[in-house]
Design a binder for this molecule. Structure first.
Ligand SMILES: *[C@@H]1O[C@H](CO)[C@@H](O)[C@H](O)[C@H]1NC(C)=O
Ligand SMILES: *[C@@H]1O[C@H](CO)[C@@H](O)[C@H](O)[C@H]1NC(C)=O
Ligand SMILES: *[C@@H]1O[C@H](CO)[C@@H](O)[C@H](O)[C@H]1NC(C)=O
Ligand SMILES: *[C@@H]1O[C@H](CO)[C@@H](O)[C@H](O)[C@H]1NC(C)=O
Length: 425
């Protein structure tokens, strides 16, 4: 018995030493004593208790970023009557007990990004009902249970990217009380199979990020009628292969930026973008687009930035861009050998303000490239001249001296170009 007791007391003593050793040090960083910043102070992790920052109802902001905190005791923020900003990012927090935030009733900003949280208990936010910004990026959340955010009726910004969420397991009514969210980031979670109603109560959503969500189609939950407020939609780095339903974006009348880069798109309905009347920026970089429909962007008056680089486009109809306000056009890294005569002038005459035009890394017929280079120089349009210093093969030529503007000649030039390109490597 005595033997065991001896060991126990040594153990307790060690724990005590470790805790003291790794106490973060905190100090006020302004004269008014409203802002506290703490820094890590040792190698071991630390359980946040009430003792850390003495309670002070002047404190408005506390940063405990990167302080090796592993857990937070109930009541740690009791008596912080004025606390509005709390940064707990980059710690090692694995769980938050239901009362962990109790007392911080004025909190409007809570950053829990880059911790090890695997769940959000319902009730956690019962007292922090003024929260506007909640960042849960980079945790281990698998599930978000019904009711988790129910008390956060003022929530505007929600970061959920880089977790282990499975869209198919998300509660269809998860955000039923969060009608004011304007920014939501689900990137780097698996969102295929999410409920159609997931965002259906949102009245003010402007920014939605679904990058790297393993999507193989544009999900129904992002295109519903209530999302008419949306301005930015990011769907890049997924596995979307088709945009064949011409009405899919019919509700997104106010969308200004659509990013579909790095998907596997090869089928695009000619009318699919037409409902996006306010669209300014479209990014279709790194897809498998071979065929550009003749009127794809035609008369989209606000469209100013079009990135179609790194596709397989063999032929570029000037009509596709007529009546837009395209200013930056990127057609580099495709498969066309010519453009129609006076391509830039025609676009300018149709209202486009073309000022930056990238067309490098295509199997150009040399005569056609020359005529385009003459045109862009004359119109003072900037282009990517990086490869046009005589050191790189930029175009191919046969004995012909005229630019052959017909697709039946393409294969002659693309084959020549590929031969040279493969010899280079
Ligand atoms: C700070 O809290 C104490 C105790 O609740 C209270 O008496 C005092 O009036 C508060 N001061 C301010 C500035 O809110
Ligand atoms: C949360 O903190 C991280 C740094 O740890 C920062 O990069 C991120 O922008 C913060 N989130 C918000 C919403 O301010
Ligand atoms: C949190 O609030 C909800 C109602 O808003 C209530 O049903 C629930 O019991 C509360 N949870 C705790 C732990 O207080
Ligand atoms: C064109 O695409 C390349 C990458 O493919 C990018 O670096 C460049 O900024 C783009 N240029 C324009 C004008 O969009």
């Amino acid at each position: 018995m005595a033997f065991i007791q001896y060991h126990l007391s040594v153990y307790v003593f060690l724990v005590f030493l470790i805790v003291v050793d790794s106490f973060p040090t905190c100090k006020y960083v302004n004269e008014e004593e409203t802002e506290v910043v703490c820094n890590e102070n040792g190698d071991t992790s630390y359980a946040l208790t009430q003792r850390l920052v003495s309670d002070n109802n002047k404190t408005i902001s506390i940063s405990l970023k990167g302080c090796k905190i592993s857990s937070i005791d109930d009541g740690s923020f009791h008596n912080f009557l004025s606390l509005k900003y709390l940064d707990l990012s980059q710690n090692q927090i694995t769980e938050l007990k239901i009362g962990a935030l109790d007392g911080a009733n004025q909190l409007i900003y809570l950053n829990l990004s880059n911790n090890f949280l695997s769940e959000i208990r319902s009730g956690l936010f019962n007292q922090t009902i003024n929260l506007n910004t909640l960042d849960l990026t980079g945790n281990k959340l698998k599930q978000l249970k019904q009711g988790a955010f129910d008390n956060l009726q003022k929530l505007g910004h929600l970061g959920l990217s880089n977790n282990n969420l499975q869209g198919k397991d998300l509660d269809p009514f998860l955000f039923n009380h969060n009608t004011h969210i304007s920014y939501i980031d689900f990137s780097a979670n698996e969102m295929n199979g999410s409920p159609d109603t997931l965002l259906s109560t949102m009245q003010a959503l402007e920014f939605l990020n679904l990058e790297r969500c393993l999507l193989n189609e544009v999900p129904t939950f992002v295109t519903r009628r209530n999302l008419i407020t949306m301005k930015t939609l990011i769907l890049s780095k997924n596995e979307i292969s088709k945009l064949d339903n011409p009405t899919i974006f019919i509700n997104l009348e106010n969308l200004m930026k659509l990013n579909l880069a790095e998907n596997i798109l090869d089928q695009i309905n000619a009318d699919v973008f037409k409902p996006l009347k306010k669209l300014k920026v479209i990014v279709l970089r790194e897809n498998k687009i071979k065929y550009l429909p003749e009127n794809l962007f035609q008369n989209m008056k606000n469209l100013a930035n079009i990135d179609l680089s790194h596709n397989l486009i063999e032929s570029v109809p000037v009509n596709a861009f007529r009546g837009t306000s395209v200013k930056n056009l990127n057609l580099s890294n495709n498969r066309f050998t010519y453009l129609s005569d006076n391509f830039c002038l025609e676009l300018r005459n149709s209202g486009a303000k073309l000022t930056k035009f990238y067309f490098n890394q295509n199997p150009w017929q040399c005569t056609c490239l020359m005529s385009l280079l003459n045109e862009v120089k004359k119109l003072e349009i900037s282009y990517n001249s990086l490869y046009y210093d005589g050191k790189y093969p930029v175009c191919v030529t046969t004995k012909e001296i005229f630019c052959k503007r017909h697709d039946s000649f393409n294969s002659i030039y693309t084959e020549l170009y590929d031969d040279i390109a493969s010899a280079e490597n």
